[in-house]
Every structure is written in structure tokens, then in C-alpha cells.
Design a protein around this ligand. Structure first.
Ligand code: IMP
Length: 204
């Protein structure tokens, strides 16, 4: 019945389940983390961060575009005042596989020397992106740099990066939603969902 609705409204339509929980289209295999679970985890992370950074004038640095939605929820759940900024990076390679070569498309607006910086990322996969960014930011002499990631795929790690605040450890599956995309699609899904491998197999 869901797939009939997709046919009716077209391929880019997200059709809500009867329960209102899972938006689906023909390339979504299943919901991995429902919105309610994300909301709860974001609160827990925000409280831990607020406790650790009390009195420290924290700067949260979100990695665009994937971390945008996570970051927006995280800063609003924080119980301390935080400043935020964004970086945009592009990883050379196909849409589903990181190459490890990272180009900065948009840098932070703020000077971070002497600041406590928390990098906010959607998912740590190979770790290559964060490893590269950590090196760049450390060279700017911040008071501290730490990492907060909503999702972690440890089985895919190529370089060891210290994830200080981690939301969910997930299996080696390509996920979309809650800011994460495949070819710029699916970012606005409220849940984290597994994309069918067939949807990206040709891009590898
Ligand atoms: P890494 O450099 O391999 O750790 O990859 C980090 C980046 O790859 C993330 O910020 C995402 O943009 C992208 N990425 C890795 N896994 C996924 C996924 O399952 N879904 C969507 N994007 C992903």
C-alpha cells in the first residue's frame, strides 16, 4: 500500500506509515533509529556537553551539511550558552565512499585560538575526514578540540579518531535522514534510515 502511494505521488515523495513514524520511499530499506530515539540521545549528549563545558565559552563547529540538523537540535538542548559556527568540506570520491582527501569549501568564520572547540559531525565512518579536520584545527592553537558525532561506524575505521561524545554505534550500512544524504537526497527524513544497497551500488 505504501508503494502504491509512492507511485501515486511520484518517486520523491516520502509516505508516512500509518503510525506516522517511518517515511519511506522505494530506496529506503528500513528505519534504523526513529526520531524519538534520536531526540532522547540528543538530550543526553547536550546535558553531558553542558556539564563538561560549564563556564568555558564553548564554540560548537558543525560540519555542513550533514550535521546541520543534529547541531540545531544539540545547541537548543544545551543548558549552557554556546556559540556556533560551521565548516563545509568535500570529500573526493563517490557519494557513498570517502576517499580521505578533503577540501575545505567553507572555513570557520571565527578565530579559534584559545577557544574550546567541539566539532559536531553526523557520522564517523573511515575517520579520514575528522582526522584531517582535527589536524587543521589543532594547528590554530585552540584551548581544546573535541568531537561529538551522532553516529559511529567503528567497523569501517581506517584512522583512529577520538570520538568524545557519540550518539549511536551503527553497523556498516549506508544511512540517510536527519541531515544525512545520498546525492543530496533524504536529508529531511526525520529518522535515520538504511538506504537499500541497490540505490548506490552503481555509484561505487
Ligand atoms: P569518513 O571520512 O569516512 O569518516 O566519512 C565522513 C563523511 O562521509 C560523513 O560526514 C558523511 O558525509 C559521509 N558518510 C559516511 N557514511 C555515511 C552514511 O552512511 N550516510 C551518509 N553519509 C555518510
Amino acid at each position: 500500500m505504501l508503494y502504491d502511494k509512492i507511485k501515486e505521488y511520484g518517486p520523491n515523495t516520502f509516505v508516512k506509515c500509518e503510525e506516522g513514524a517511518a517515511p519511506l520511499d522505494q530506496n529506503i530499506e528500513r528505519v534504523l533509529i526513529p526520531k524519538a530515539g534520536i531526540d532522547q540521545k540528543v538530550k543526553e549528549l547536550a546535558l553531558a556537553i553542558s556539564k563538561d563545558y560549564a563556564g568555558k565559552n564553548l564554540l560548537m563547529a558543525g560540519i555542513l551539511k550533514g550535521a546541520m540538523i543534529f547541531m540545531a537540535d544539540l545547541v537548543r538542548a544545551a543548558t549552557i550558552g554556546v556559540q556556533f559556527d560551521f565548516m563545509a568540506v568535500s570529500s573526493y570520491g563517490s557519494s557513498s565512499q570517502s576517499s580521505g582527501v578533503v577540501r575545505i569549501i567553507k572555513d570557520l568564520d571565527q578565530n579559534i585560538q584559545g577557544r574550546h572547540v567541539l566539532l559536531v559531525e553526523d557520522v564517523v565512518d573511515t575517520g579520514l575526514t575528522l582526522n584531517y579536520l582535527l589536524e587543521i584545527l589543532k594547528a590554530r592553537e585552540p584551548a581544546s578540540v573535541a568531537i561529538c558525532a551522532l553516529l559511529d561506524k567503528p567497523s569501517r575505521r581506517v584512522v583512529d579518531v577520538p570520538v568524545d561524545y557519540n550518539g549511536f554505534v551503527i553497523p556498516d550500512e549506508f544511512v540517510v535522514g536527519y541531515g544525512l544524504d545520498y546525492n543530496e537526497q533524504y536529508r529531511n527524513l526525520p529518522d535515520v534510515c538504511v538506504l537499500k544497497p541497490a540505490a548506490y551500488a552503481t555509484a561505487k
